[in-house]
Design a protein. Sequence first.
Length: 110
Amino acid sequence: MKKILFASALAALVVACAPKVTPAASTTTETTTSSTSAPASTANPATAKIEAGHQVYTAKCGRCHALKEPSHYTAERWVPILQSMAPKAKLSEEETANVLAYVQANAKKA
Ligand code: HEC
């Protein structure tokens, strides 16, 4: 019982931090999807980062404005943009790194 209470308190916290789009799913689904999709993504860790970044991006970066096209900016330009946007979107360091991997992988070729 205590555990359940604690879990829902945690979930409430997570939701409180990320008002809209992010249902507590972030923690739960991530673990399930990553374990189920593990065999398919025997690929490389970079691809996994990019995919994770894509998910964070679509979930958190369209809250205040329309989702920006990664290809509108060069990889270099994305660095300062994310520096200012990551805190706005309340991304963790890991999420920021993944989003950076995603946008840079799809960035405008300089
Ligand atoms: C809390 C609201 C908010 C969130 C969440 C947010 N942004 Fe923004 N974003 C803004 C505002 C406001 C501007 C326009 C003013 C500015 O450039 O600072 C902006 C501008 C931008 C621009 C244009 C910058 C430029 O120099 O042309 C990009 C690209 C961008 N955001 C990407 C993102 C990404 C990627 C995320 C997710 C990590 C994100 N935003 C999350 C509020 C937000």
